[in-house]
Design a protein around this ligand. Structure first.
Ligand code: ARG
Length: 455
């Protein structure tokens, strides 16, 4: 492509370090779309003739078909996807191919292709989050009344419902999806026409190409257009946060699956056995989702370090933007699919969850609240009396609902049998009717809200 200035071929090592077709072939569809829009614009602004534009269009169609059929010759000697396409176009249509690169550089071309790829990835990711949220909603609806322990410090804290717990993830994943939507909105400006870095002397129409490619507008500074990759960084940041959230659900699935907890069962579809221990059923998919966050955060770190301190505008360093981004989205998409699969697959052991919900004096706060409400005790005093009740129940080896009334009255003579109404996990859960609370009616209201939002 630059034989005019050069008389020697590159060293083999030069080619080895320089070549990117091995990974940027994933930009083929975006590259062709960009070239089609550019060619159409060059024709409508009179920069290339109708005849040449038609030849270019025909050649690009042939290339698209070749790529589709798997017959396109991806060649290392043409370095990257842009030059591979251009070289093939020349073989197919001859000299007219050379007119396609008028008013364009690989610098704005790669910025465009990569931006469109990330934009598509964001769209796919958002759709996957919706699928995952729907799976969670389905389980939450089935278990809006299923009590389980709510935890802080992984110690039983207060009873909640399994539906409420799952809905916490619906909220998290909703924010994750909206982070991708925000990033998408910000990245939706077309860099095409920034050319090498300074813009173009040809009468190009950047609004036309931007519109044709689904962008809101063209980017406003040609230097920034070819120099920046913050659209990728922002998406990787969103992806890292999302993977962090996924790892938390994955970790809970791992914990719930242990025989010690025994809260859920996963079918054989999402577990593996052990080659030596016949009794084992391991939650490998959940463990791998838990681990993927390392790859995601690594990708964000990689790209930040590549971009850090780069002077304006384009530097070849930026070719290193693609692999971490592709890897990150591949890992995220797989994690999202596996998580949605596991959520639909898992079945809670309602009895075990309910028994655990009542264990660990989980309704102690309900007792304290009852003392405040019914006896007018200051909360701090109620906390103290309840602490003594828990201590006594522990000594007697019973739960709070089974602590004899005489024992409670020994702590405060005004306590009546009415207190037992609040000491079961079911009563505890039903009483938490504050907006966003765990009472089944509140949970169902949130499920309805999300169902409408996702409809
Ligand atoms: N393969 C290059 C990349 O991924 C394309 C842009 C090359 N531009 C240049 N001036 N060498 O960044």
């Amino acid at each position: 492509m630059w034989g005019g200035r050069f008389s020697q071929k590159p060293a083999e090592l030069m080619q080895a370090i320089n070549v990117s077709i091995g990974f940027d072939k994933r930009l083929a569809a975006q590259d062709l779309a960009g070239s089609r829009a550019h060619a159409a614009m060059l024709f409508s602004t009179g920069v290339v003739s109708g005849e040449d534009a038609a030849a270019i269009r025909g050649g690009l169609d042939t290339i698209a078909a070749e790529i589709e059929a798997g017959t396109f010759p991806f060649r290392d000697e043409y370095e990257d996807i842009h030059m591979n396409v251009e070289a093939r176009l020349r073989e197919l249509i001859g000299p007219a191919a050379g007119r396609l690169h008028t008013a364009r550089s690989r610098n704005d071309q790669v910025a465009l292709d990569f931006r469109m790829w990330v934009r598509d990835a964001c769209d796919r990711t958002i759709a996957q989050f919706r699928t995952l949220q729907r799976a969670l909603l389905e389980k939450a609806e089935a278990h809006a009344d299923t009590v389980m322990p709510g935890f802080t410090h992984l110690q039983p804290a207060q009873p909640v419902t399994f539906g409420h717990h799952l809905m916490a993830y619906v909220e998290m994943f909703g924010r994750d999806a909206s982070r991708f939507a925000d990033a998408r909105a910000r990245m939706n400006e077309s860099p095409l026409g920034a050319a090498a870095l300074a813009g173009s002397p040809f009468p190009i129409d950047r609004v036309q190409t931007a519109t044709a490619l689904g962008f809101d507008r063209p980017t406003a500074n040609s230097l920034d257009s070819v120099a920046d990759r913050d659209f990728a960084l922002e998406s990787l940041a969103a992806a890292s946060i999302a993977a962090t959230h996924l790892s938390r659900l994955a970790e809970e699935i791992v914990i719930w699956m242990t025989p010690q907890f025994g809260f859920i069962r996963l079918s054989d579809a999402f577990t593996t056995g052990s080659s030596i221990m016949p009794q084992k059923k391991n939650p490998d998919a959940a463990e791998l989702v838990r681990a993927k966050v390392g790859r995601l955060l690594g990708s964000f770190t990689q790209l930040s370090v590549v971009m850090k301190g780069l002077p304006l505008t384009y530097s070849k360093d930026m070719q290193e933007d693609k692999v971490p981004t592709f890897e990150a989205f591949d890992a995220l998409e797989l994690s999202l699919s596996a998580t949605a699969g596991m959520v639909l697959d898992l079945e809670p052991d309602v009895e075990r969850m309910s028994a655990a919900a009542g264990a660990g004096f989980s309704t102690a706060t309900d007792l304290a609240d009852w003392l405040v409400r019914e006896l007018g005790m200051p909360f701090r005093d109620a906390h103290h009396v309840t602490g003594s009740a828990v201590k006594r129940a522990e000594v007697l080896g019973v739960g709070l609902p089974d602590l004899p009334l005489a024992e409670l009255q020994a702590l405060d003579a005004r306590i009546t049998a009415g207190v037992y109404d609040v000491l079961t996990p079911e009563a505890s859960v039903a009483s938490r009717r504050s907006y966003g609370g765990t009472a089944p009616d509140q949970v169902r209201a949130q499920i309805e809200r999300w169902k409408e939002a996702l409809a």
